[in-house]
Structures are given as structure tokens and as C-alpha cells.
Design a protein around this ligand. Structure first.
Ligand code: ZN
Length: 201
């Protein structure tokens, strides 16, 4: 099939087909859409792609996505900086924020510990988290990693590192069914899990 199109069009189809949920047919359709679109529309898309890769960085405190050195949550004076909610991914922050019940700040790990996949603690922002807890006045750390083996293992590892600081460590309530991820849990489920969070012993 690739001989049918020009080299440039093939390249665009190939790039689209790398995206999640995009099969070869959809990739072809999208590429033709761009080809036929107005110049300004196609350029706006190209510009938007360039901007997310050049303007969006990690917050220097919580490692969430931000266009400023410090993100809007970390710089919000109404947030309780003594409560740190630990999540795996920036998407989890969005899911939790949608509940409208969070007054805390976050720490985004950048994933979970999974030695079989080659993800060791040093690949995550765990050392930065420990430093935040040791140097700040943190009172409670809320573990909001996903309720699965990798999420639980990550919680255990972090707990073992910070236990000696005397900080209170809680975990979102088990109302979240095992296998669910924070990202896809409903707002009601998350709110219940936040309210019912329990202290780890
Ligand atoms: Zn931040």
C-alpha cells in the first residue's frame, strides 16, 4: 500500500499510526484530513504539538506538568503545603482535582516501582519526595498510587524511607476496587476513598 502515496504522506500516516488507539485506517484518514485542511488549520495543529513539547515542563516542587517553574497548585496560597498527596502520573492529579475536595499539594512520582519492567526507585522522583519531607514541615503524606501490586509495592518502599521522620502516612481507602486506576475511577469513588483514607501502620 505504501507505494500508492507520496513519501511525505506516508511519513504522516506512519506518525499517526504510532499514536494510541490509532490503527492504519484511522491514520490514513487523519493524514488525508490534514492534507485537505486549510493551511492555517494544519499549521495551528503543528504549532500546538510543538508548544506542548517546548513550553510544558515539570514543576520544580511536585513534578507535575507546568508552564512555569512552579505549578499553579504549588503556588496557590490556599493549599495546605503540609499535606502531600503522592500520585504516579499527572493524569492522577487531574482525576483527584476533579473531585473538588483536595486542599493539599501533590508529588508526582513519574510511575511506580516495577523491577521486571526495569523501573527502579531511582527512575522515579522518590529521592526528591524524601527531601521534601525531611526539609519541610510535612504532617501527612497521602498515598494515592494505583490500587494494584505495583502501586502497593511503591507505597511500601516509600513508607520504609520516610517512617523515621514521624510523618503521618495514610493510604486512600480500599473503596477503590483492585485493578481500577486512579485515572479511571469515578469522582464519587475517589471522594469516598479520600474521606475514608486510613493510616498505614
Ligand atoms: Zn507543583
Amino acid at each position: 500500500m505504501s507505494g500508492v502515496y507520496t513519501e511525505t504522506l506516508n511519513k504522516l500516516i506512519e506518525e499517526f499510526s504510532k499514536m494510541p488507539g490509532i490503527g492504519p485506517k484511522t491514520a490514513e484518514r487523519l493524514a488525508f484530513y490534514i492534507l485537505k485542511a486549510e493551511q492555517t488549520e494544519a499549521m495551528a495543529l503543528a504549532e500546538a504539538i510543538k508548544d506542548v513539547k517546548t513550553k510544558i515542563k515539570r514543576c520544580q516542587i511536585c513534578y507535575n506538568y507546568s508552564e512555569q517553574p512552579i505549578c499553579s497548585i504549588c503556588s496557590d496560597p490556599r493549599r495546605d503545603k503540609n499535606l502531600i498527596c503522592i500520585v504516579e502520573q499527572p493524569k492522577d492529579v487531574i482525576a483527584l482535582e476533579k473531585t473538588g475536595t483536595c486542599k493539599w499539594v501533590y508529588h508526582v512520582l513519574g510511575g511506580h516501582i516495577a523491577p521486571l519492567e526495569g523501573i527502579e526507585p531511582e527512575h522515579l522522583t522518590i529521592d526528591k519526595l524524601v527531601e521534601r519531607i525531611r526539609t519541610g514541615n510535612v504532617q501527612e503524606v497521602i498515598m494515592a498510587t494505583n490500587p494494584n501490586m505495583a502501586g502497593d509495592g511503591t507505597v511500601l518502599y516509600i513508607s520504609s524511607l520516610i517512617k523515621s521522620t514521624g510523618v503521618k502516612i495514610t493510604r486512600l481507602a480500599r473503596g477503590l476496587p483492585t485493578g481500577t486506576t486512579i485515572e479511571y475511577a469515578s469522582g464519587k469513588m475517589l471522594t469516598d476513598a479520600i474521606i475514608g483514607r486510613q493510616e498505614l501502620d
